[in-house]
Design a protein around this ligand. Structure first.
Ligand code: IPE
Ligand code: IPE
Ligand code: MG
Length: 245
């Protein structure tokens, strides 16, 4: 089991868990006169660069938003293209990620995903399960409200089965039923592409996260810019509701 440390109130040490809303692939492609999928291909390549930058920046947990429960509203061609891209990418990167000490896990509802994609997801999770250098969590068919709905259902089942006393249920109980039960809360959430919204990402977990909204489109987001955003985080004071000393 991973031991989960409490929130860090002195950001000088840098964020331990960074979550990223990788947005702007479509606009990046459009500005080049290319189809949206061209942007998604470019975006996926960036993930590797950011993962590789994590150890030096002392980021232990990186969580990336790859596909939301709302992204099914896009054209069938885009959705199918994305699913194929995820499957190919996971399969082709598995060996490198294993060698680099990256532990890969997924959050989100897998039930609706294609069987072939689910298989590569299961395989890479198992393959990298012994790694501990960087914990990469990919949010795929993930939505914060959907996650809370599924967690509540599982929790209700436990109560109905008599395995859990409803009177003892509190926020720590609910957190145990979330997809993110193995993760500490994100210290920093970064969103690229200039949009300043959360789009259903880690609603519960980001209660006290710091946010950075950057204008760069995701396919242009380099490791150098990632490092700059983390340095900016280091200048903030996290209070968690208390009065600073
Ligand atoms: C983010 O880029 C990737 C996914 C949501 C899958 P977008 O596809 O949302 O790109 P924009 O926002 O249209 O530019
Ligand atoms: C959020 O981006 C989802 C991912 C980055 C995977 P969207 O592009 O889907 O969000 P909205 O629709 O602009 O809020
Ligand atoms: Mg978008």
């Amino acid at each position: 089991m991973t031991t989960i440390r409490q929130h860090d109130t002195s950001p000088k040490v840098g964020p331990r868990h960074v979550a990223v809303i990788m947005d702007g692939n479509g606009r990046w492609a459009k500005s080049r006169g290319k189809p949206r999928l061209f942007g998604h291909h470019a975006g996926v390549k960036r993930v590797k660069e950011i993962v590789r930058a994590c150890p030096d920046l002392e980021v232990k947990y990186l969580t990336v938003f790859a596909f939301s429960t709302e992204n099914w509203k896009r054209t069938q061609a885009e959705v199918t293209g994305l699913m194929k891209l995820f499957r190919r990418y996971i399969a082709s990167e598995a060996r490198d990620l294993l060698a680099e000490g990256v532990r890969v896990r997924f959050i989100g509802d897998r039930v609706q995903l294609d069987a072939k994609l689910r298989r590569v997801m299961d395989e890479i999770e198992l393959l990298t399960s012994g790694n501990d250098r960087v914990h990469l969590t990919v949010a795929l068919n993930y939505g914060g409200r959907d996650e809370l709905g599924r967690a509540t259902k599982r929790l209700a089942r436990e109560v109905a089965a008599g395995r859990l006393d409803a009177e003892t249920v509190d926020e720590t109980t609910l957190a145990r039923f979330l997809d993110t039960c193995f993760l500490p809360d994100p210290d920093l959430v970064i969103r690229t592409s200039g949009e300043a919204r959360i789009s259903n990402f880690l609603l519960w977990q980001s209660a006290y996260s710091e946010y950075e909204f950057v204008n760069t489109l995701w396919p242009d987001f380099t490791a150098a810019e990632f490092a700059r955003v983390l340095a900016q985080y280091g200048t903030r004071e996290r209070r968690f509701g208390a009065v600073p000393a």
